[in-house]
Design a protein around this ligand. Structure first.
Ligand SMILES: [Mg+2]
Length: 216
């Protein structure tokens, strides 16, 4: 079974979900709209609140309601300070022991992946490829289209890939496409747990178990 490909989400999966990072991304979204529309902070906050009632992703509003580049938006909101994340040498060692091909699939950007990996001290060269929000053409993971584009790009079938992911909507989409799904962390709701083949409290616990199940 060492031919299985390991496909990792980044945020909340390769490191524990960080309220601090999420807050910085939210702040960047506000500041993007504030600058682009030349409105004050309160107006921008109100606007984003209303957009989020209509769109799952802030980026979706750009195509429909605002003529701003999704590429520029994603780069801007993902360019956040990640220096609060703890180093995780143990994770690096565990990943290095895995003979399987490893990929990262993220709705964010390659720059953000590079920033995070370098901060947590996980070597980027452990991963065969990084597939980001731009590669998905902004049809992110929860729609299933992001995962489908990933399979297409690397010529893989879903059943040979194990997805590690902390987001319930993304796990559901991956399972529907035929991926083996590993839920990470505690924010997956009961309904979405049904779409997880396995569930672990964090990535290291998951890797230790999965190595025993899927590696020779
Ligand atoms: Mg995540």
């Amino acid at each position: 079974m060492s031919t299985k490909k390991f496909v990792f989400d980044l945020d909340g999966t390769l490191y524990r979900a960080s309220a601090e990072i999420e807050k910085l991304v939210d702040k960047a979204v506000v500041s993007f709209f504030k600058n682009k529309l030349q409105i004050d902070e309160n107006k921008a906050v109100e606007l984003i609140k209303s957009l989020r009632e209509r769109y799952y992703y802030d980026a979706d509003a750009l195509g429909n309601e605002y003529p701003f580049s999704k590429q520029e938006f994603l780069e801007y909101i993902c360019d956040v300070d990640v220096s609060s994340l703890p180093q995780d040498k143990e994770l690096n060692d565990l990943l290095r022991k895995l003979p399987n091909d490893k990929y990262i699939i993220t709705d964010s950007t390659k720059k953000h992946v590079t920033d995070v990996l370098s901060q947590i001290k996980v070597d980027k060269d452990l991963f065969k490829n990084i597939f980001d929000g731009h590669d998905m053409h902004y049809s992110f993971k929860c729609t299933g289209k992001g995962f489908a584009k990933f399979l297409q790009k690397y010529g893989l079938s879903a059943s040979e890939c194990i997805v590690f992911e902390d987001n319930g909507d993304n796990l559901r989409a991956a399972k529907k496409l035929g991926f083996i799904t590993i839920g990470i962390g505690n924010k997956i709701n009961a309904e979405d747990v049904a779409f997880c083949d396995y569930l672990y409290k964090d990535i290291k616990e998951a890797l230790l178990s999965v190595m025993a199940i899927f590696c020779d």
